[in-house]
Design a protein around this ligand. Sequence first.
Ligand code: C2E
Ligand code: MG
Ligand code: MG
Ligand code: MG
Length: 295
Amino acid sequence: AARTGGRNRVEVYDPGMRAAVQAARELEHELRGALAAGEFRLVYQPVVTLADRRVTGFEALLRWTSPRLGPVGPDRFVPAAEAAGLIDEIGAWVLREACTTAAAWRRDHPGAADMTMAVNVSAAQLASPDLVGSIAAALAESGLPAGALVVEVTETALVGDPEHAAACLAALRALGLRLALDDFGTGYSSLAHLQQFTVDVLKIDRSFVSTMAEGEPMPAIVRGTIDLGRTLGLEVLAEGVEHEHQARLLAEGNCDSAQGYLFARPLERTDAEAVLLEQVARDAAAAVPVPRAPR
Ligand code: C2E
Ligand code: MG
Ligand code: MG
Ligand code: MG
């Protein structure tokens, strides 16, 4: 790097860095028209209980297929959308779409009246004054009861401006929805967060679940996190469960629920609805009264 022009201006000459900056600019450029062009869609990953493997709901995950760049993952385009100032608009679309889908499923399938829908909210969305209003609007327009919605935030999103974050989370909970702490244990984790920010669900990050090896006891971190969550009266959900032995051990350890490739990948809308209908059918079959023996 070398100084040129006015004071405090640093021009970057490192070619790798320049390529990265250019790629970021291209991403932002392609993102600009993406919402209007209908390039986004949601996929839905089932959430299952570990005790009896019932599908209780879904997490909506955003997908973008750019006509020029092809499919781009949210880990790449969400930060770009934040940088481009587009995340509020995209996030509002995600909320409307997820709430509308959940409301339709619950309306069309009476046996699915208890299902939940979880939506991710990024740090920039949480910092924005629009968030509470846009969630309230999505609930009102879709008719989805607030109790069916889970809003997922990461700890990292809370630490920037903890006072604002706490007020925002309190306003969201006042709407009647539930809050989940996503990727728990990564980033700037602190037990104080659990005291300062009231949440309902603790999501154990996939990186911890992946340390659970076949034939070995529960890693102390996972055991401790489950116990911590349960002691605080929270629902504990394990992310990224890929193997049967992990699911069994988590169930034995009293973890409430899980998501992961073992159960289902994120599914296109119609495939997710089919999974929901299978669950409704299983529930109905289980509810059939056992015929009494004739006397
Ligand atoms: P997340 O909320 O922690 O979502 C979990 C990620 O793990 C998802 O990646 C999901 O596809 C993936 N996953 C689920 N089960 C497994 C498994 O068993 N094994 C492995 N290896 N991966 C699994 P995805 O969809 O690429 O999303 C990445 C992140 O992008 C999300 O992490 C979330 O932070 C963010 N994101 C996704 N959708 C949205 C959205 O609508 N809005 C915002 N603001 N962020 C979003
Ligand atoms: Mg999430
Ligand atoms: Mg996560
Ligand atoms: Mg994540």
